[in-house]
Design a protein around this ligand. Structure first.
Ligand code: GUN
Ligand code: ZN
Length: 428
């Protein structure tokens, strides 16, 4: 079945840092998006394409709006939705005082479903259509999440957290039980509809070497699943890892020794990486989730995007709720821009919107499936509204170029500027 949408279209074809800017995106001021059975069939100039279409076909026209691929959040914790904005601590104390006690509730499947329902509705309202998501240590948390995501026909990736040391007893699994529970979840859910599984060791401090090795074994046994964890977020955390793993040559090497790096491995943060670590991430095809609102909220530091780029590391954007303070990728871009300003680096609106869409898809090894409007891609897309708030409306009146328009959208934009979200071509 064909569905046709008309409006201003923008999507990315390549990383603006790697090719000439004009080659990195396609922009059509009055475009048509033709969708067949939920997949992108064709895009192009509206007038030309309309002439070739059946005159009786319904065309949904989004005037004064920008149609873009749905945003991709490459790092977020759904169980932390209700603990967002917990005051006053940096990472390790924040985990101990707020996060761990909170995650305890997710042994209850019904609780998990309620939170997953709210979490996913928040994501969709913010224009995020795919996310790489942490559960808790409880297998029920992932069961709940996938059940709800499946009902909503979403492309989502999630995993049960592995943690067998340095955390409260009530959140502890074992190397063996973590392996078995993850394996059962992979068998049940991985590649079921649009759902995929991520093996999810929380971070090196809460995982024994035995557990990390088991995670590596499971990844080798299931090469199409993801590996999702945290890396070099906070200085006290890094010092602790060096103490706990004295035989390793730095933080990343702890994961490397357990064979956890690869094309489907995503490491959240990477705020304090050595060049040698970036090099290793780049050569293994691993990705970093850049989570600026979280990095600022927890006082973790300023991510070095230039360094990641220099070593050709795949990078996506992450909200990292509940250390992050917003579901909105537009607001996340706003925070990201400021982190780069503080470094003396520029984050252009093309680069940041690339990171929120195609860059995220590449980080998740899903290029061609989501992230842009190439033929055959899944038609998850959003409509951005330049006039949703009086301030943006006024500011837009003084703007001349596309670059300026996109920059204003990403600095002043948030959930209010998402006019519509579509999943597989259908408005939700
Ligand atoms: N490192 C280990 N666990 C977490 C978490 O839940 N949030 C963040 N931001 N960092 C972590
Ligand atoms: Zn996180």
């Amino acid at each position: 079945m064909l569905k046709v949408y008309r409006g201003e279209l923008l999507h990315f074809l390549a990383d603006p840092a790697k090719v000439a800017l004009q080659e990195s995106y396609q922009y059509i001021e009055d475009g048509l998006l033709i969708i067949k059975d939920g997949l992108i069939e064709q895009i192009g100039e509206a007038e030309a394409l309309l002439a070739s279409l059946d005159k009786d076909l319904d065309v949904i026209h989004y005037e004064n709006g920008l149609i873009m691929p749905g945003f991709i959040d490459t790092h977020v914790h759904y169980p932390q939705t209700e603990m967002i904005a917990s005051y006053g601590e940096q990472l390790l104390e924040w985990l101990e005082n707020y996060t761990f006690p909170f995650e305890r509730q997710f042994s209850d499947l019904e609780h998990g479903k309620k939170v997953a329902e709210f979490f996913l509705s928040q994501l969709l309202e913010a224009g995020t259509t795919t996310a790489l998501v942490f559960g808790t240590v409880h297998k029920e948390s992932v069961e709940a999440f996938f059940t709800v995501a499946q009902q909503k026909k979403l492309r989502m990736i999630c995993g049960k957290v592995l943690m067998d040391q340095n955390c409260p007893d009530y959140l502890t699994d074992t190397a063996e039980s973590g392996y078995e529970d993850s394996k059962a979840l992979i068998e049940k859910w991985h590649n079921t509809d649009r759902l995929q599984y991520a093996i999810t060791p929380r971070f090196a401090p809460t995982c024994s070497t035995e557990q990390l090795n088991k995670a590596g074994q499971l990844l080798a046994e299931n090469p199409s699943v993801y590996l999702h964890t945290h890396l070099s977020e906070n200085k006290a955390e890094i010092a602790w890892v060096e103490e706990l793993f004295p035989d390793s040559d730095g933080y990343l090497d702890v994961y490397d020794k357990s064979k956890l790096l690869g094309r489907r491995s995503v490491f959240a943060h990477g705020v304090h990486l050595h060049d040698s670590e970036c090099k290793r991430l780049g050569e293994t095809g691993s990705a970093i989730a850049f989570c600026p609102s979280s990095n600022l909220f927890l006082g973790s530091g300023l991510f070095n995007l230039k360094q990641a780029q220099a070593f050709d590391v795949n990078v996506g954007l992450g909200s990292d709720i509940g250390a992050g303070t917003t579901f909105s990728m537009l607001s996340t871009i706003n925070e990201g821009y400021k982190t780069q300003q503080l470094r003396g680096d520029k984050l252009s609106p093309f680069k940041s919107l690339y990171l929120a869409t195609l860059g995220g898809a590449i980080a998740l090894d899903l290029e061609g499936t989501i992230g842009n409007f190439v033929k055959g891609a899944e038609a998850d897309f959003i409509v951005l509204d330049y006039h949703a708030t009086p301030l943006m409306d006024r500011r837009m009146q003084h703007c001349k170029t596309l670059s300026e328009k996109l920059f204003i959208l990403s600095m002043l934009g948030d959930e209010r500027h998402i006019k519509a979200t579509h999943i597989m071509g259908e408005r939700v």
